[in-house]
Design a protein around this ligand. Structure first.
Ligand code: DX5
Ligand code: ZN
Length: 223
Protein backbone atom coordinates (compact mmCIF):
# COMPACT_ATOMS: atom_id res chain seq x y z
CA UNK A 1 0.00 0.00 0.00
CA UNK A 2 1.20 3.55 -0.71
CA UNK A 3 2.60 5.40 2.25
CA UNK A 4 1.41 9.00 2.63
CA UNK A 5 2.88 12.01 4.44
CA UNK A 6 0.50 14.53 6.05
CA UNK A 7 2.22 17.68 7.35
CA UNK A 8 0.40 19.01 10.44
CA UNK A 9 -0.06 22.76 10.03
CA UNK A 10 -0.16 23.16 13.81
CA UNK A 11 3.63 23.41 13.56
CA UNK A 12 3.68 25.73 10.52
CA UNK A 13 4.49 29.44 10.76
CA UNK A 14 0.96 30.72 11.22
CA UNK A 15 1.84 34.18 9.87
CA UNK A 16 3.19 32.52 6.73
CA UNK A 17 0.77 29.63 6.43
CA UNK A 18 0.23 29.86 2.67
CA UNK A 19 3.99 29.97 2.09
CA UNK A 20 4.46 26.88 4.27
CA UNK A 21 1.62 25.02 2.53
CA UNK A 22 3.17 25.72 -0.90
CA UNK A 23 6.57 24.60 0.42
CA UNK A 24 5.05 21.36 1.70
CA UNK A 25 3.22 20.72 -1.59
CA UNK A 26 6.43 21.25 -3.54
CA UNK A 27 8.22 18.85 -1.19
CA UNK A 28 5.71 16.08 -1.97
CA UNK A 29 3.17 16.27 0.86
CA UNK A 30 0.28 13.95 0.04
CA UNK A 31 -2.37 15.63 2.21
CA UNK A 32 -2.61 18.22 5.00
CA UNK A 33 -3.53 17.57 8.63
CA UNK A 34 -5.52 20.28 10.45
CA UNK A 35 -6.01 20.13 14.23
CA UNK A 36 -9.18 21.60 15.72
CA UNK A 37 -9.00 21.93 19.54
CA UNK A 38 -11.52 23.44 21.94
CA UNK A 39 -9.54 23.86 25.17
CA UNK A 40 -11.83 21.32 26.88
CA UNK A 41 -11.34 17.91 25.29
CA UNK A 42 -7.64 18.73 25.15
CA UNK A 43 -5.76 21.34 27.21
CA UNK A 44 -5.02 23.60 24.24
CA UNK A 45 -6.82 25.57 21.53
CA UNK A 46 -6.17 25.59 17.81
CA UNK A 47 -7.81 25.94 14.42
CA UNK A 48 -11.48 26.32 13.48
CA UNK A 49 -13.61 25.65 10.37
CA UNK A 50 -12.52 28.99 8.91
CA UNK A 51 -8.93 27.73 8.76
CA UNK A 52 -10.17 24.66 6.87
CA UNK A 53 -11.87 27.02 4.40
CA UNK A 54 -8.68 29.05 4.07
CA UNK A 55 -6.63 25.92 3.43
CA UNK A 56 -9.12 24.85 0.74
CA UNK A 57 -8.45 28.11 -1.08
CA UNK A 58 -4.70 27.58 -1.25
CA UNK A 59 -4.30 23.83 -1.87
CA UNK A 60 -5.88 21.05 -3.91
CA UNK A 61 -4.43 18.37 -1.61
CA UNK A 62 -6.90 16.49 0.59
CA UNK A 63 -7.60 18.04 4.00
CA UNK A 64 -7.53 15.67 6.97
CA UNK A 65 -9.34 17.34 9.88
CA UNK A 66 -8.60 16.08 13.41
CA UNK A 67 -11.43 17.09 15.77
CA UNK A 68 -10.34 17.42 19.40
CA UNK A 69 -13.64 18.70 20.77
CA UNK A 70 -16.10 17.80 23.52
CA UNK A 71 -19.06 18.13 21.19
CA UNK A 72 -17.72 17.06 17.79
CA UNK A 73 -21.12 16.49 16.17
CA UNK A 74 -21.93 20.22 16.25
CA UNK A 75 -18.91 21.01 14.09
CA UNK A 76 -19.05 18.16 11.55
CA UNK A 77 -21.26 20.05 9.07
CA UNK A 78 -19.24 23.30 9.36
CA UNK A 79 -15.92 21.54 8.67
CA UNK A 80 -17.30 19.52 5.76
CA UNK A 81 -18.83 22.66 4.25
CA UNK A 82 -15.47 24.39 4.76
CA UNK A 83 -13.81 21.71 2.62
CA UNK A 84 -12.68 18.85 4.88
CA UNK A 85 -12.09 15.70 2.84
CA UNK A 86 -11.75 13.48 5.91
CA UNK A 87 -13.19 14.22 9.35
CA UNK A 88 -11.57 12.39 12.26
CA UNK A 89 -13.51 12.08 15.52
CA UNK A 90 -12.09 10.85 18.84
CA UNK A 91 -13.81 7.68 20.10
CA UNK A 92 -13.53 9.18 23.62
CA UNK A 93 -15.27 12.44 22.72
CA UNK A 94 -18.80 11.12 22.23
CA UNK A 95 -20.94 8.22 23.47
CA UNK A 96 -22.34 8.02 19.92
CA UNK A 97 -19.33 7.58 17.67
CA UNK A 98 -21.34 5.42 15.24
CA UNK A 99 -23.80 8.28 14.78
CA UNK A 100 -20.98 10.79 14.23
CA UNK A 101 -19.42 8.59 11.56
CA UNK A 102 -22.79 8.18 9.82
CA UNK A 103 -23.26 11.95 9.86
CA UNK A 104 -19.86 12.55 8.26
CA UNK A 105 -20.57 9.98 5.54
CA UNK A 106 -24.04 11.38 4.88
CA UNK A 107 -22.42 14.75 4.13
CA UNK A 108 -20.16 13.13 1.53
CA UNK A 109 -16.83 13.26 3.39
CA UNK A 110 -14.59 10.41 4.46
CA UNK A 111 -14.84 9.42 8.11
CA UNK A 112 -12.16 8.46 10.56
CA UNK A 113 -12.03 7.55 14.21
CA UNK A 114 -9.17 8.54 16.54
CA UNK A 115 -7.85 6.52 19.49
CA UNK A 116 -6.11 8.18 22.44
CA UNK A 117 -3.10 6.27 23.78
CA UNK A 118 -5.22 4.76 26.58
CA UNK A 119 -8.03 3.57 24.30
CA UNK A 120 -8.03 0.01 23.06
CA UNK A 121 -8.52 -1.19 19.49
CA UNK A 122 -11.68 -2.98 20.63
CA UNK A 123 -13.38 0.45 20.77
CA UNK A 124 -13.38 0.65 16.96
CA UNK A 125 -13.92 -2.95 15.84
CA UNK A 126 -17.64 -2.44 15.29
CA UNK A 127 -16.91 0.58 13.11
CA UNK A 128 -14.80 -1.32 10.56
CA UNK A 129 -17.66 -1.65 8.03
CA UNK A 130 -18.27 2.11 7.90
CA UNK A 131 -14.97 3.89 8.45
CA UNK A 132 -12.32 5.04 6.00
CA UNK A 133 -9.49 5.76 8.45
CA UNK A 134 -8.34 4.92 11.98
CA UNK A 135 -5.94 7.38 13.57
CA UNK A 136 -3.77 6.00 16.35
CA UNK A 137 -2.48 8.82 18.59
CA UNK A 138 1.17 8.16 19.35
CA UNK A 139 1.25 11.03 21.91
CA UNK A 140 -1.42 12.47 24.20
CA UNK A 141 -3.36 14.87 21.97
CA UNK A 142 -3.13 18.63 22.43
CA UNK A 143 0.41 19.70 21.61
CA UNK A 144 3.04 19.34 18.94
CA UNK A 145 6.63 18.40 19.69
CA UNK A 146 5.96 15.60 22.20
CA UNK A 147 7.80 12.31 22.47
CA UNK A 148 6.50 9.27 20.60
CA UNK A 149 4.98 6.58 22.89
CA UNK A 150 6.64 3.28 21.82
CA UNK A 151 3.85 1.13 23.31
CA UNK A 152 1.56 2.30 20.51
CA UNK A 153 3.37 0.09 17.99
CA UNK A 154 1.58 -2.98 19.39
CA UNK A 155 -1.75 -1.22 18.93
CA UNK A 156 -0.98 -0.50 15.27
CA UNK A 157 0.13 -4.12 14.75
CA UNK A 158 -3.09 -5.39 16.29
CA UNK A 159 -5.19 -3.10 14.10
CA UNK A 160 -3.34 -4.24 11.00
CA UNK A 161 -3.78 -7.91 11.97
CA UNK A 162 -7.50 -7.35 12.47
CA UNK A 163 -7.65 -5.58 9.12
CA UNK A 164 -6.05 -8.57 7.43
CA UNK A 165 -8.50 -11.00 8.96
CA UNK A 166 -11.72 -9.15 8.18
CA UNK A 167 -13.66 -8.57 5.00
CA UNK A 168 -14.29 -4.99 6.18
CA UNK A 169 -10.67 -4.13 5.45
CA UNK A 170 -11.35 -0.94 3.57
CA UNK A 171 -9.74 1.52 5.99
CA UNK A 172 -6.36 3.18 6.26
CA UNK A 173 -4.26 3.30 9.42
CA UNK A 174 -2.82 6.71 10.37
CA UNK A 175 -0.47 7.84 13.14
CA UNK A 176 -0.11 11.28 14.76
CA UNK A 177 2.47 12.47 17.27
CA UNK A 178 6.24 12.31 17.54
CA UNK A 179 6.78 11.13 13.97
CA UNK A 180 10.33 11.54 12.65
CA UNK A 181 12.66 9.56 10.40
CA UNK A 182 13.18 6.82 13.01
CA UNK A 183 9.68 6.46 14.55
CA UNK A 184 8.14 6.40 11.07
CA UNK A 185 10.00 3.14 10.31
CA UNK A 186 8.48 1.37 13.31
CA UNK A 187 4.99 2.62 12.48
CA UNK A 188 5.31 1.71 8.83
CA UNK A 189 6.49 -1.84 9.59
CA UNK A 190 3.55 -2.21 11.98
CA UNK A 191 1.12 -1.44 9.14
CA UNK A 192 0.57 2.35 9.07
CA UNK A 193 -0.44 4.00 5.79
CA UNK A 194 -0.64 7.74 6.65
CA UNK A 195 1.93 9.60 8.76
CA UNK A 196 1.18 12.98 10.31
CA UNK A 197 4.30 15.01 11.01
CA UNK A 198 4.42 18.47 12.57
CA UNK A 199 7.47 19.69 14.43
CA UNK A 200 9.86 17.32 12.63
CA UNK A 201 9.03 19.01 9.31
CA UNK A 202 8.34 22.63 10.31
CA UNK A 203 11.30 23.60 12.43
CA UNK A 204 12.38 26.73 10.70
CA UNK A 205 14.84 25.19 8.23
CA UNK A 206 15.12 26.13 4.57
CA UNK A 207 12.81 24.95 1.79
CA UNK A 208 15.50 22.48 0.73
CA UNK A 209 15.73 21.10 4.29
CA UNK A 210 11.97 20.62 4.31
CA UNK A 211 12.03 18.77 0.99
CA UNK A 212 14.87 16.55 2.20
CA UNK A 213 12.94 15.66 5.33
CA UNK A 214 9.78 14.75 3.41
CA UNK A 215 11.90 12.53 1.17
CA UNK A 216 13.63 10.98 4.17
CA UNK A 217 10.25 10.21 5.75
CA UNK A 218 9.05 8.61 2.52
CA UNK A 219 12.22 6.55 2.13
CA UNK A 220 12.13 5.45 5.77
CA UNK A 221 8.47 4.44 5.49
CA UNK A 222 9.20 2.45 2.35
CA UNK A 223 12.14 0.47 3.77
C1 DX5 B 1 -1.25 16.83 18.58
C2 DX5 B 1 -1.73 17.00 17.17
C3 DX5 B 1 -0.73 16.71 16.12
C4 DX5 B 1 0.52 17.54 16.18
C5 DX5 B 1 1.65 16.59 15.93
O1 DX5 B 1 -2.34 16.73 19.42
O2 DX5 B 1 -2.86 16.16 16.94
O3 DX5 B 1 -1.30 16.70 14.81
O4 DX5 B 1 0.57 18.58 15.26
O5 DX5 B 1 2.84 17.23 16.16
P1 DX5 B 1 4.24 16.50 16.20
O6 DX5 B 1 4.46 15.85 14.86
O7 DX5 B 1 5.17 17.62 16.48
O8 DX5 B 1 4.19 15.48 17.32
ZN1 ZN C 1 -3.55 15.85 14.91
Amino acid sequence: MTKMIAPSILAADIMNLERDVKMAEKAGADLFHIDIMDGHFVPNMSFSPSVVAGMKRVTDKPLDVHMMLDNPDEYIKPVVEAGADTVLIHAESTPHIYRSIELIKSLGAKAGVVLNPGTSVEAVKNLFPIIDQILVMTVNPGFGGQKFIPGMIKKIQRLDQLRQTTSDDNFLIEVDGGINDSTIKLCSEAGTDIFVAGSYLFNGGTEADFANKVQLLKDSAAE
